[in-house]
Design a protein. Structure first.
Length: 318
């Protein structure tokens, strides 16, 4: 078998065939020569061309399929790794976002706690400021309760300093003449000389008179040319005005007027309103006491009869 055997294979009449198994694929030529009984050989012999086709796993198309499958497998693996990487990256990003969100929430909670703490501290500070102020003025009113004008002036001067105002006035109802009630300015601070025509204000006249009728606190920007501030630096104008009533047992007896260069805070307004009630009670008591002392003195001097005294005393209490 040319292409397989290295030399001729001899046989005899007892074995007249040749057997080949597991021949590799390829092209072979099977040659046969024979001799007669005389030993003469037929040199030409006969031949048979044998072609062994390769198995499918050795064919080019199989190799192509294998290469294609390998390529597809590599492609799928790369895509799988890319997808796994993307999923891992997405998961990692979600974890990062979750951690960032938690940090932000914690930050917000801490900021909220800080804000609440700052708010409570500020409220405590404002409350302490108000309580200290009420205590100061309570002591001041105990020491100055014999004269309405002196009491009002001392209160106003200290109130101006405590609330950081720049100007103010205290107006008390003058009802000595039942037919001519008006608001009398009994104390002032830093008023220009041009403002002294305000010593006598009719009920319902201007902002002070209207506030007396409305019986409620008013906060506003100061109207043009309403008040002129007099100081060592000359004349200037405040920006904001606070008017609050002096009320005793729902009876209004006067008005406190304060002007500021700054905007008022709510706690400052609340403090002035609360303090004005205490001031009103003390001024009212001082006014009655002063009036009673004056009537007693007049009766002792003989310029007032007992009957007139009783009438005036009743009128004063009312």
């Amino acid at each position: 078998m040319e292409g397989y055997d290295e030399d001729w294979i001899e046989t005899d009449y007892l074995r007249r065939y040749a057997s080949y198994t597991n021949l590799p694929d390829g092209k072979y030529t099977f040659r046969v020569i024979a001799s007669n009984n005389d030993g003469i050989w037929n040199e030409k012999g006969v031949e048979l061309v044998v072609i062994i086709k390769p198995p499918f796993w050795k064919t080019l198309w199989f190799y192509g399929i294998i290469l294609a499958l390998i390529g597809y497998g590599i492609y799928r693996y790369i895509k799988y790794r890319e997808r796994a990487t993307l999923l891992e990256k997405k998961h990692l990003q979600e974890e990062v976002d979750k951690a960032v969100s938690e940090v932000e929430e914690q930050k917000k909670a801490i900021n909220l706690q800080n804000e609440e703490l700052q708010k409570r501290m500020l409220e405590d500070k404002e409350r302490q400021w108000a309580n200290e102020g009420l205590a100061i003025f309570a002591d001041l009113m105990r020491k100055n309760k014999d004269n309405v004008n002196e009491l009002a002036q001392n209160i106003l001067t200290n109130l101006i300093k405590h609330v950081d105002a720049v100007q103010g006035g205290v107006f008390i109802l003058n009802d000595e003449d039942p037919n001519n009630n008006f608001l009398e300015m009994v104390a002032s601070y830093a008023y220009d000389s041009g403002n002294y025509n305000r010593k006598h204000i009719e009920i319902g006249e201007g902002l002070v008179g209207n506030c007396f009728i409305e019986k409620k606190t008013r906060i506003m920007d100061i109207p043009e040319k309403y008040l002129i501030l007099e100081s060592g630096l000359g004349h200037s104008k405040a920006n904001h005005l606070l008017l609050t009533t002096l009320t005793v047992d729902e009876v209004t007896i006067g008005i406190i007027e304060l002007s500021f260069m700054k905007e008022l805070k709510d706690y400052e307004v609340s403090f002035v309103e609360k303090l004005s009630q205490n001031i009103a009670a003390q001024l009212y008591t001082t006014k009655i006491t002063s009036r009673t002392n004056l009537l007693l003195r007049k009766m002792q001097e003989g310029s007032l009869t007992g009957e007139e005294y009783n009438y005036e005393e009743e009128h004063t209490i009312q």
